[in-house]
Design a protein around this ligand. Structure first.
Ligand code: IPE
Ligand code: MG
Length: 212
């Protein structure tokens, strides 16, 4: 999800207003996923690197996260959605981690869609923590130790706002993912834009390194 700040700046609004509008896009895409029969939807909400932003913005983002989780409980339950948060718990407030645990427990029975928020996540962190546990506990495969264990690798990754980078997202898991880049800023990315990305995905020829 990228472009919230630019969306706000282009309207002469504070960056946080862009993040607030962005949460509306999360809700819209979540609903579109349910309608489309998609089983897993991941949202990169806050990276390890995002701590480097102003204290005001970081605090605002954390508060927004808390509020969104409180507001969405009934929508999640009503749509049979399982809510999952992936990322390091380090530096997150107890209030926030308690809310996360509470929402994850309350929605654990959701079967229609698993909605994953990547919070305080980075792909290098994930590989590093998985490698450390693999070394300590043994085994030959790193995958069961990744923070995403049990969740299928993504088929499609969409990045908004015209940037064409991975920015330390799921470095391991994106190995054979199809990428769609759009100039649309995240707060403007709604159902119609999402369906267009799905259409582009449907036209891709996936060979996984093999011939046809
Ligand atoms: C939202 O967009 C992504 C988050 C890290 C919350 P940005 O805040 O990166 O928006 P731009 O890139 O400044 O426009
Ligand atoms: Mg950005």
């Amino acid at each position: 999800m990228d472009g919230n700040g630019r969306w706000a700046a282009s309207r002469g609004l504070p960056r946080l207003r862009g993040h607030m509008e962005g949460t509306e896009s999360v809700r819209a895409i979540m609903e579109a996923c349910v309608e489309a029969g998609i089983e897993y939807a991941s949202f990169f909400a806050f990276s390890e690197e995002n701590w480097g932003r102003s204290a005001e913005e970081v605090e605002g983002l954390m508060k927004l996260m808390m509020k969104a989780m409180k507001d969405e409980l009934n929508t999640l339950l009503g749509n049979d959605i399982r809510f999952v948060v992936i990322g390091s718990r380090e530096r997150l407030s107890k209030e926030l981690t308690d809310s996360i645990d509470d929402l994850m427990a309350k929605t654990a029975g959701g079967r229609r869609l698993t909605m994953i928020i990547f919070l305080n996540y980075s792909g290098k962190w994930d590989i590093r923590q998985a490698a450390a546990r693999l070394a300590a506990e043994g085994g030959t495969d790193i995958e069961p130790y990744l923070a995403t264990a049990g969740i299928p690798d993504p088929d499609l990754m969409i990045r908004t706002s015209g940037e064409k980078r991975i920015s330390n997202y799921m470095l391991w898991q994106l190995a054979y993912t199809e990428f769609v880049f759009t100039d649309t800023l995240w707060p403007d990315f709604r159902k119609q834009e999402f369906l267009a990305a799905l259409e582009e995905f449907a036209s891709r020829d996936r060979r996984y390194g093999k011939t046809k």
